[in-house]
Design a protein around this ligand. Structure first.
Ligand SMILES: [Zn+2]
Length: 149
């Protein structure tokens, strides 16, 4: 079972226990085990008699809020990678531009090292932001790749 399958099955859970496959996955995957524990804690709190019998939904919903992950706006990994590839291709193609040859003829090679540094720093910053903003996905991909071997 993958983390995605576990996540989808968690959405259908309404009893505070895991089936055999899910329990086996939770035993080997700390992040899914933590997700299941938080979900079951929220479910137990939700079913407290004073909350369950309340006609007002506000305390029931606010009781669940600490268990919900904060919403995050992420650009999809595929879009990040496509933009990164486009950035790299454009950097590689810069020396082929007519403007580059004109600059080279006017100023010599003196600006190519600073330009290469600026482009290198740009790529490094881009890759750093990508890695930091996609840590969980990358860790999950790495974990799945390593466990498939
Ligand atoms: Zn998992």
């Amino acid at each position: 079972m993958t983390c995605t399958q576990f996540d989808m099955l968690m959405d259908t859970q309404d009893i505070p226990s895991l089936s055999g496959d899910m329990a086996a996955h939770a035993d080997s995957c700390p992040s899914c085990a933590a997700q299941a524990a938080a979900y079951f804690a929220a479910l137990a709190l939700y079913r407290l008699p004073e909350l369950a019998s309340s006609r007002d939904l506000t305390p029931r919903i606010s009781a669940l809020l600490p268990f919900l992950p904060a919403p995050r706006r992420l650009v999809a990994m595929r879009d990040w990678l496509a933009a990164g590839v486009l950035l790299l291709i454009s950097m590689v193609l810069v020396p082929l531009l007519a403007e580059f040859r004109l600059l080279n003829a006017s100023y010599g090679n003196g600006y190519t090292v600073p330009m290469a540094l600026v482009l290198g720093i740009s790529v490094t910053i881009y890759a750093g932001i990508f890695i930091v903003s996609h840590q969980e996905q990358l860790a999950r991909l790495l974990r799945n790749t390593l466990s498939a071997r």
